[in-house]
Design a protein around this ligand. Structure first.
Ligand code: FAD
Ligand code: 2HG
Ligand code: ZN
Length: 455
């Protein structure tokens, strides 16, 4: 009955029960979590989304929103019960409006991130969110996870890129706050409820996004370092010399570089010799001589071992290709235990030093795969473990306990989804968890929206 109702709402182009269509949507990008569904529905309009949600609410059947299915926490995968409906936003991919003068654009949730960036750039504007999956992730998925990526150090996370939002509530009500205002304190900031809540409080159907001026010519630089602490000190030093002209500041360990080399054997390596750590950075709005001078001064201050400046756009793209190939290289080795953590930048080095001792003493069979967005204090502190290893939860708990001691978070940018749901109550205080449950209960009393995720 419900299935027939859903088919009618979206019409013949908007649903499938064919296993060829369903299969890629039922396992997460990492290949570690799978689920089942009786049907995938792909609405073309916000009104269709509202009708779908209403129908599911009447039948008290769970609904799992899915964007590009690139998420790292299995938030977009239905459970194994075979009852949850999969809601795919891909057909809602219209860029509704670009207002170059207001530096804003209105887009539907199913727009691919790269298409949004391109549309902004066509009118000489920047949409600042950028991440390795940008060719396939969708803006609805980006906002639902409050994605970070490589430009947060300069522009902030997804949350900071949103001026207005349209969402469908658990009873099918459409809440439209698609305003393009920079200042608006008339009541609660409702859009922020849906950003980062991973589809558990509402379905995002459209957003008004904030644009920036194009940053101008960029210089991409790869920097070899002796220690992770040097990366933190270098960032602080460069900030004091050249201010906010640092567009990206990414850290990669020597081991991770080895993984990339193994999986991209034909790639051009910036350095002949190995160093323990590397930073890949983008600078904009600064003359190359001034940048060179700042980097030379950093070298004299013994903050840097060596520097390679990309000579042209192709070399810069090559460096970024290495960075964006890390997750795939890691996956090709066999899935590592992921920890998407953040710490106050001032305690970054302490966390890494104490983490090294912890792994060496308690889990010597683990191989650390560390890389991330050092400018945001966000590290992908992944641990590869041998086949047959059974103490994964112990490793994660030990790392999270250390994280608590240094004032960190168990999810910097990937969210909680299904895989960290059990952990959340242990690493957020009881007041926070109680308020999250109150919000969930009042907005979705029958637990229709993405059940089994986050809380
Ligand atoms: P999905 O995976 O489809 O969904 C993610 C969550 O959002 C799920 O809970 C889903 O139910 C919910 N959701 C999706 N659409 C909606 C909607 N319209 N309304 C309500 N809920 C919805 N993430 C980062 O933050 N920074 C990175 O640097 C980064 N790099 C990555 C690199 C690679 C190679 C890969 C594979 C992933 C990377 N990610 C990164 C993770 C991922 O790409 C991001 O989390 C992305 O924002 C997810 O978008 P998506 O459209 O694929 O969402
Ligand atoms: C990145 O920064 C992504 O490349 C993915 O957030 C991190 O694969 C990961 O652990
Ligand atoms: Zn990341």
């Amino acid at each position: 009955m419900l299935i027939e109702q859903l088919k009618k709402i979206v019409g013949p182009k908007g649903w499938s029960t064919d296993s060829i269509d369903l299969e890629p949507k039922l396992t997460d990008w990492r290949g570690t979590v799978s689920g089942t569904t009786p049907i995938v529905v792909s609405p073309a309009t916000t009104e269709e989304v509202a009708a779908i949600v209403r129908a599911c609410a009447e039948s008290k059947v769970g609904l799992v929103p899915q964007g590009g299915n690139t998420g790292m926490c299995a938030g977009a995968i239905p459970d194994k019960s075979g009852t949850q409906i999969l809601l795919c936003l891909a057909r809602m991919n219209t860029i509704r409006d670009i207002d170059a003068i207001n530096y804003s654009m209105e887009v539907e949730a199913g727009c691919i991130l790269q298409d949004v960036q391109d549309a902004a750039s066509d009118v000489d504007r920047l949409f600042a969110l950028s991440l390795g999956a940008e060719g396939s992730c969708q803006i609805g998925g980006n906002l639902s996870t409050n994605a970070g990526g490589v430009n947060v150090v300069r522009y902030g996370t997804a949350r900071a890129q949103v001026l207005g939002l349209e969402a469908v509530l658990a009873d099918g009500t459409i809440v439209s706050s698609l305003r393009s205002l920079r200042k608006d304190t008339a009541g609660y900031d409702l859009k922020q409820l849906f950003i980062g809540s991973e589809g558990t409080l509402g379905i995002i159907t459209a957003a008004t996004l904030k644009l920036f001026p194009l940053p101008g010519a960029k210089t991409t630089v790869m920097i070899a370092l002796q220690s992770s602490g040097q990366a933190v000190r270098l960032l602080s030093y460069l900030r004091s010399k050249i201010g906010d002209r640092i567009e990206a500041f990414e850290l990669v360990s020597s081991f991770v570089f080895g993984l990339i080399k193994k999986h991209l054997p034909d790639s051009k390596q910036p350095f002949d010799d190995d160093s323990p750590w590397y930073v890949l950075a983008d600078f904009a709005g600064i003359a190359e001589e001034d940048l060179q001078q700042a980097l030379m001064a950093a070298m004299e201050a013994e903050l840097v071992i060596d520097v390679v400046i990309a000579k042209n756009a192709a070399e810069a793209a090559g460096m970024w290709h290495l960075r964006h190939s890390i997750s795939e290289s890691e996956r090709a080795e066999g899935e590592a235990l992921k920890h998407d953590i953040s710490v106050p930048i001032s305690r970054f080095e302490e966390f890494l030093t104490r983490g090294d001792s912890l792994l060496a003493e308690r889990f010597p069979e683990g191989q650390l795969i560390a890389f991330g967005h050092v400018g945001d204090g966000n590290l992908h502190y992944n641990v590869a473990l041998p086949a047959g290893f059974k103490r994964h939860q112990e490793v994660t708990e030990a790392i999270y306990t250390l994280l608590l001691e240094v004032g960190g978070s168990i999810s910097a940018e990937h969210g909680i989804g299904m895989v960290k749901r059990q952990d959340l109550p242990k690493y957020r205080n009881s007041g926070e968890i109680r308020l999250m449950r109150t919000l969930k209960k009042s907005l979705d009393p029958d637990n229709i929206l993405n059940p089994g995720k986050v809380i």
